[in-house]
Design a protein around this ligand. Structure first.
Ligand code: IPM
Ligand code: MG
Length: 358
């Protein structure tokens, strides 16, 4: 049956990079390698401007019906003064929740061609290949009660709740164990069990699952130490499993080991749905200039081929094409260095397409 891919370009550079990802999809389809329908919808600030909400109902319905969702980015200075309830970010959080995308995969891999791009020494970061598995649909991002209230004495009280149920921990941990099994078989679960009871439950729950995965070496680390170890000796990590907020923070840190957040894709998986998006944001400062790096978006398409469409050969092909354009010395501004050829968004997309051949 024909698969359905739902495109949500979103805001800022989201529009520009999505166009390049679509070129790759069109190429695959044009060669008869895969067959799918593509539809496009609204999310984020763009959706707010047109419909008054960052997550219109038709977007949720279409996303649920699709086999996979491809998302560009949301947010921008233009919408920063809006009420929290209608901020573009709410669209993103809302769709994660609506599709119950509880397992977020954020790979941090150093492209050998870009080993000098990191602010860390090449000998520290070369060869790193980390997969951050971030719980994405629960934890402090969604816990109740939450909000800001004004007390009788005039002070204000801000409150968010860190809540995890055992089944929520188990389902994401299961995915992490399984992923570790297909990699270096090392799983490090990151928590703050010395202070937060909720993450003590996290640690106990993950520990209790370990006997089911005797081939995986499970370790635990406090989040502050993990933040330090990621910079001190990142190669010690294979798969990192952690909560929603710790994963938000540590995945940004891990991405910077690679030198460019513009290179990193992500997958957000539920039982029924899957969403793929670059890790980077909407970059309003460079939006519309044609200079954004489309490679993270294109590599997100590769992840979609691997995890949802189950066509790993096509995922490999896209990743190989990206390596080829880097080997050719082609660079967008964010990854440019002396001696390389600086090109824009469209030229980068074209170069990847031209490199998709066998
Ligand atoms: C991310 C982003 C989001 C998050 C924001 C935009 C809501 O930082 O995907 O990491 O915090 O999850
Ligand atoms: Mg983040």
């Amino acid at each position: 049956m024909k698969k359905t891919i739902y495109l949500l370009p979103g805001d800022g550079i989201g529009q520009e990079i999505m166009a390049e990802a679509v070129k790759v999809l069109d190429w695959m389809q044009g060669r008869g390698l895969v067959s799918f329908e593509m539809h496009e919808g609204l999310i984020g600030g763009t959706a707010y401007d047109q419909t008054g909400t960052p997550l219109p109902e038709p977007t949720v319905t279409a996303a649920k019906a699709a086999d996979a969702v491809l998302l560009g980015a949301v947010g921008g200075t233009k919408w920063e003064s809006l009420d929290y309830a209608v901020r573009p970010e709410r669209g993103l959080l809302g769709i994660r929740k609506a599709l119950d995308l509880y397992c977020n995969l954020r790979p941090a891999q150093v492209f050998p061609q870009l080993a000098n791009a990191s602010t860390l020494k090449a000998e520290v970061v070369s060869g790193i290949d980390i997969m951050v598995v971030r719980e994405l649909s629960s934890g402090i991002y969604f816990g109740e009660p939450r909000g800001v209230e004004t007390l009788p004495d005039g002070r204000q009280k801000g409150l968010n709740s860190l809540v995890y149920y055992t089944d929520e921990i188990q389902r994401v941990a299961r995915r992490a164990f399984e992923i570790a099994r297909k990699r270096q078989k090392r799983l490090c679960s990151v928590d703050k069990a010395n202070v937060l009871e909720c993450t003590e439950l996290w640690r106990k729950t993950v520990t209790a699952m370990a006997p089911d995965y005797p081939d995986v070496a499970l370790s635990h680390m406090y989040v502050d130490n993990a933040a330090m170890q990621l910079i001190r000796n990142p190669r010690q990590f294979d798969v990192i499993l952690t909560t929603n907020m710790f994963g938000d923070i540590l995945s940004d840190e891990a991405s910077m080991l690679t030198g460019s957040i513009g290179m990193l894709p992500s997958a957000s998986l539920g039982e029924q749905s899957a969403l793929y998006e670059p890790i980077h944001g909407s970059a309003p400062d460079i939006a519309g200039q044609g200079v954004a790096n489309p490679l993270a978006m294109i590599l997100s398409v590769a992840m979609m081929f691997r995890y949802t469409l189950e066509l790993p050969a096509l995922a490999d092909r896209i990743e190989r094409a990206v390596h080829r354009v880097l080997d050719q010395g082609l660079r967008t501004a964010d990854i440019w260095e002396e001696g390389m050829t600086r090109i824009g968004t469209v030229a980068m997309g074209d170069a990847v397409v031209a490199a998709l051949h066998d």
